[in-house]
Ligand binder design. Sequence first.
Ligand code: PLP
Length: 455
Amino acid sequence: MSTTHTTREWQAMDAAHHLHPFSDMDGLNRHGSRVIVKGEGVYLWDSEGNKLFDGMSGLWCVNVGYGRKELADAAYRQMQELPFYNTFFKTTHPPVVELSQLLSEVAPEGFNHVFYTNSGSEGNDTVIRMVRHYWASLGQPNKKTIISRINGYHGSTIGGASLGGMDYMHQQGDLPIPGIVHIEQPYWYANGGDLSPEEYGLKAARELEKKILELGVENVAAFIGEPVQGAGGIIIPPTTYWPEIQRICDQYGILLIADEVICGFGRTGHWFGSQYYGIKPHLMTIAKGLSSGYLPIGGVLVHDEVAKVLKQGDFNHGFTYSGHPVAAAVAAENIRILQRENIIERMNSDVVPYAHQLWHDAFDHHPLVDDVRTLGFFFALTLVEDKSTRKRFANGGELALRCRDICFRNNLVMRATGDSMISAPPLVMTRSEAEEFVSLAKKCIDEFARELGRL
Ligand SMILES: *Cc1c(COP(=O)(O)O)cnc(C)c1O
């Protein structure tokens, strides 16, 4: 498909000059990167002309699918009209105003303000500064510590990676920064022992209460969590977890921050994951699905309760590209597409129940996998040594990477996280595409199970 260079040439130039994020560069360069040249709907094409099913929506972001001419047109129009202007010094521009208005329409009640960034990581860095500034403005400058979770993912800037609970990230560069502490993640399959999921959900949530009491509530600013952990492996908390977290935040008067970077804009079958769980956060970090990944844009949705304090004076924070007009125009059009095509309602009433059923039919009784889980357009399973005892593989991470390579060879993009195989397809996946997706996934897991002598 690409006419200017052969695949080998692209790979050689890539290996010579491009440092990839989160990649073992040595291994990657020995095999060569796969060169992706085109996308349409739920599909990608590589430079060899292979058609792939994108079970990851790019990187959890291409919610409305590839190839949307409306989004390209919105960018083109805005670039010609006003490619850039800032919003720092008493100015604004139509795209950023329109997007802000639209966001307050689709966000839960009370979210009428937004602060813009270019990414989810910057959104969470903004959150750190915002909550500290909020408490300082209320005369409580010591309320600074943010409680987060082990294996949470909040981005890769110094602040984002510190909020995140990824050990392998903390090990590089002396993280986390002071004032961020981590508690257990609500991962029943791994940590629940003999408790029922419901009992365990309460226990995991009460780790927050314990930590608040240990630190002293006068020192605690906020709790942050993803409604469903994405990069951590699509970890769906027990139903009791979030209501108990809400109770604890309310009781101790700390701010609740929902990192909606993945869950936002339809992934859970609601506009926001917080709505799925019925929680009422003070701040919501957004990015990814905000523009369906067509241009980089993120932000923080701010509840009135916090906004009224922030609006009383200066907040000395912002990015050159905060509310970039082209990105804002694309994000606004992306939201209009979600609205116009009723994508979220359509998912819920049609493809979601159907695709969940297909996934469970394919894997519930599969000898190699357990903890088969679905929620909205999240699909996941865990490779296990023995289902009857929830015994996991000692080398589960390595096995999952091998399984991912099988998927990739079979033109299915799924991700391996720990010992889980995870997927989050574009929200426009149809019934017949869901059939194709699940049967491809089944074929790959079967192939791997045969390789391991488990089928
Ligand atoms: C991807 C992600 C981020 C970071 O977003 P970037 O745009 O990569 O900086 C933050 N939080 C969550 C939950 C994410 O999935």
